[in-house]
Design a binder for this molecule. Structure first.
Ligand SMILES: [Zn+2]
Length: 315
């Protein structure tokens, strides 16, 4: 059956703080899978994560539900350059001639010239590229600003620190707000959807790094944060527990997958088994089969297995 393309009317905005909105981009018509965050400010708003090109209408809708205007966004900041986090940046910069994009130095060249990024994504997604992700437009070089480790970014009344947090990707930043004791963690703190207390480690190709990931989780844990704002999905209270669970599940998935790869099993079969294991993990944590399907949408098993296979081979 062909996938039904649903209207973006599932998009929504939830106020987390007087100046902070969680935007649900209703990815593929599903709520609670891909988020962006809007920090409002008198001199312009900051958007943390842009979502992919395919959710731009939903972004518009969510921003207007927050009572704000996309036209008032002056800063885009992305945790990393994967399509679900940064795909709409170029289109937004075209629409917002005074806005700038803040990104990790390793990611910046690919935002300016996304051809390599798109070629490798096309190898993974093939025909589904456009339906899933929409267009990824290049960003004008003079409006791309790189953030060194621990660099400060002013966002409205907030000061964010750009912590380089490799592991999920070499070009990953967590934006830490020490005053509010929260952080926008992109994918380095894993995936936890809805009310299910289960943290899935997203391990896509091409450059996961497990020791670096442990170190990044440790670094975030040491900050004594009271909550994490996850792109997949939303505000999680209690950073330490969450990060401990992530690291435990990361090690578990790595060992489970590596074991099967070493035995020479077919990665496609391993991915199917991992999907079933993932579903059991979600159900054991109190979630439903529908919750498990949402986890699979946010971080497909096939990609997780491919990422681990590539990581193991490289080492
Ligand atoms: Zn992601």
């Amino acid at each position: 059956m062909a996938p039904v393309s649903r209207p973006s009317s599932m998009a929504s905005a939830t106020q987390l703080d007087p100046d902070l909105w969680l935007l649900d981009l209703a990815f593929q018509g599903a709520p609670n899978v891909i988020a962006a965050f809007l920090i409002t400010g008198r001199d312009g708003h900051t958007l943390i994560e842009t979502g992919p090109g395919s959710t731009l209408p939903a972004l518009d809708e969510a921003v207007s539900q927050a009572g704000e205007r996309v036209e008032d966004i002056t800063q885009l900041a992305v945790t990393h350059i994967h399509l679900d986090h940064a795909g709409a940046a170029g289109a937004l910069l075209r629409r917002l001639p005074d806005a700038r994009l803040f990104v990790h130095p390793v990611g910046a060249p690919h935002m300016i010239d996304p051809s390599k990024l798109l070629a490798s994504a096309t190898r993974i997604y093939g025909d589904a590229m456009d339906r899933l992700w929409g267009a990824f437009e290049p960003c004008p070089a003079d409006r791309v600003v790189t953030l060194a480790d621990d660099a400060e970014l002013r966002a409205g009344a907030r000061t964010l620190r750009a912590l380089h947090t490799p592991g999920h990707a070499s070009h990953h930043i967590a934006f830490v707000d020490m005053e509010h004791r929260t952080a926008f963690t992109g994918d380095v703190a894993g995936v936890r959807l809805g009310a299910v207390p289960y943290v899935r480690p997203p391990t896509p190709p091409p450059d996961i790094d497990i020791p670096a990931w442990h170190e990044s989780a440790h670094r975030l844990r040491s900050l004594g944060l009271r909550a994490l704002d996850l792109t997949h999905f939303g505000r999680i209270p209690g950073a330490a527990n969450h990060l401990d669970t992530l690291v435990r599940n990361l090690d578990d998935w790595l060992a489970w997958t590596t074991d099967r790869l070493r035995r020479g099993e077919d990665p496609a079969i391993i991915a199917e088994e991992l999907m079933r294991k993932g579903e059991m993990d979600v159900i054991r944590a109190g979630g439903s089969a529908a919750d498990a399907a949402a986890y699979e949408l946010a971080t497909p098993s096939r990609m997780s297995v491919d990422g681990i296979a590539r990581y193991v081979k490289r080492r």
